[in-house]
Design a protein around this ligand. Structure first.
Ligand code: ASN
Length: 302
């Protein structure tokens, strides 16, 4: 029998476990309830960037492996007003992304959604959540942080906010990395243009073409932490976005049926657990942040 004597790997696992504990505790205190993840469904997040396949034969019908739980989160809010979930996502990213250090083909995001929520509320929740996690890790895992030689700073609230347009002007088109390297503390990017995001992020009717959404960017080059926003929830607006994005509504018929029956207005976000672990532990590659990591293109990993 082989026993793991890799103390660095164990430290990372202990910290990740504390991240999940403190996140769950914080969200429960805020009135959220935890729901179980959906892994298989006829519909999943279409995403804005390219990923391969991910369908399985389900009694003769192609069912998708979850890319994100966004569509189910919206529908779940009919039952409960504030939900969260540790949601396994499968996204077969192009192989070239492997070397970027922040992509895994299978990862977990802490996904949450709030009925009648606003972007300002999301920003409050996101900042509170991150601080609760950082404080939890500092208090409960000091020995692990020391072994990893990670000196964790607790950022001050409110975090800085920058618009997508400002970020693009300062750092160029794909600005995540350059922006992140310039930061000493996490910062929000707000107001993404419609063309760069998915159909479910709500367009600001007073500023057509601009979404009421957010990303949180980690400092020190660790790049994107979370993304989310206020949501489209009416059939006519969703169908309009499908048309603008060239999405065939037939692919989403089960989701559209639920929208037609009525889903509540909401706001939410998802934060990647492995990326958060990478940032907190100061790891070079996100593959070090979990066991059984699947780096894009690395076939044969179990
Ligand atoms: N979880 C994200 C959200 O709530 C969506 C995603 O991961 N693509 O907006």
């Amino acid at each position: 029998m082989h026993i793991c004597t890799d103390s660095k790997r164990l430290c990372v696992l202990v910290i990740k476990s504390e991240i999940m504990r403190s996140a769950g505790a914080y969200l429960r205190e805020q009135g959220f309830i935890e729901i179980l993840p959906v892994i298989l469904s006829p519909v999943t997040d279409p995403l804005h960037h390219e990923t391969y396949g991910g369908a399985i034969d389900y009694y003769g019908r192609p069912y998708q492996l979850t890319k994100s739980m966004i569509l189910h989160k919206q529908i779940a809010l009919r039952t409960a007003p504030k939900i969260f979930c540790f949601s396994p996502n499968v996204r077969m990213e192009p192989e070239e992304r492997a070397s970027l250090g922040r992509y895994l083909a299978e990862f977990v995001q802490l996904d949450l959604e709030v009925r009648d929520g606003t972007r300002d509320e999301l920003i409050e929740i996101g900042e509170g959540l991150l601080l609760a996690i950082l404080q939890g890790v500092k208090e409960r895992c000091p020995g692990e942080l020391e072994l990893l030689k990670r000196d964790l700073a607790i950022p001050k609230r409110p975090f800085r906010q920058i618009t997508y347009q400002e970020a693009e002007q300062q750092f160029g088109e794909k600005f995540d990395d350059a922006l992140s390297k310039s930061l000493a503390a996490p910062s929000w990017v707000i107001d993404f243009p419609r063309e760069v995001r998915e159909f479910y992020d709500r367009e600001d009717t007073s500023r057509p073409g601009t979404l009421i959404d957010i990303d949180l960017i980690y400092p020190e080059g660790y790049a994107e932490a979370l993304s989310g926003g206020e949501r489209e929830h009416t059939l006519s607006r969703i169908l309009r976005r499908f048309e603008q994005d060239g999405i065939d509504p037939q692919r989403f018929s089960e989701y559209l049926k639920a929208v037609e029956e009525g889903i509540p207005p909401s706001a939410g976000f998802g934060i990647g657990i492995e990326r958060l672990t990478r940032y907190i532990c100061g790891l070079d590659h996100v593959k070090e942040a979990r066991l059984f990591a699947k780096v894009p293109g690395a076939v044969g990993s179990i």
